[in-house]
Design a protein around this ligand. Structure first.
Ligand SMILES: NC(=O)c1ccc[n+]([C@@H]2O[C@H](COP(=O)([O-])OP(=O)(O)OC[C@H]3O[C@@H](n4cnc5c(N)ncnc54)[C@H](O)[C@@H]3O)[C@@H](O)[C@H]2O)c1
Length: 168
């Protein structure tokens, strides 16, 4: 059973939202920060965040956080947090492609008892209607029986050094 003593968190998408979150959790829990952008992974592994949301010292202060673009590293996690972009298209419609792709990725390593929390900005219903069916289809597992899911809206304000993820 998933508990706070055996939790291992995978944060999928290390941008303005995902990286500060991964850094905070990495102070207390084992965390794999996963991104498809190998250049981003390389810079974070060398202690640099070009978005300037997290300083090199703050990265060092997160000893249980590692970075990877390797799916196998995600496989050891049991709690997944999705923080990939949700852009809009030319017709101002939300483009869920990154969310669907991230869900397919997680589904490949999803196990019984795991939890998936979506934190990307989406319209009401998108988690259950668009994302969870992808998790089910690609994992063969059943929602609310084999695995569980949640939604947590993100309130981060990029560039704001006063109102940060820990005190918003
Ligand atoms: N930045 C903000 O101020 C803010 C505030 C609140 C909510 N949000 C929401 O949070 C979400 C993330 O925003 P952001 O600003 O952090 O985005 P971002 O563009 O800064 O970073 C997203 C990261 O996800 C990675 N990524 C894309 N597809 C991926 C995939 N399939 N698997 C793994 N990684 C993938 C990208 O390489 C990138 O590093 C969006 O839905 C956004 O609307 C952002």
């Amino acid at each position: 059973m998933l508990t706070l003593s055996n939790i291992k968190i995978g944060v999928i998408g290390l941008g303005y939202v995902g990286l500060p979150l991964a850094v905070e959790f990495g102070k207390k829990f084992d965390v794999v920060g996963f991104d498809i952008n190998q250049t981003r992974i390389g810079e974070l592994q060398s202690g640099v965040d070009h978005t300037l949301e997290v300083s090199s010292d703050e990265l060092k202060d997160s000893p249980r956080l590692s970075f990877s673009a390797d799916l196998q590293q995600l496989a050891s996690c049991n709690f997944y947090i999705v923080t990939v972009p949700t852009p809009i298209d030319d017709y101002k419609q939300p483009d869920l492609t990154p969310l669907i792709k991230a869900s397919q990725t997680i589904a490949k390593v999803l196990k019984k008892g795991d939890v998936v929390v979506y934190e990307s900005t989406v319209y009401p219903g998108a988690t259950e209607e668009d994302c969870i069916p992808v998790l089910e289809q690609h994992s063969g597992l059943v929602y609310n029986q084999d695995f569980f899911a949640g939604y947590s809206p993100e309130r981060i304000n990029p560039g704001d050094k006063e109102h940060r993820v820990t005190n918003i």
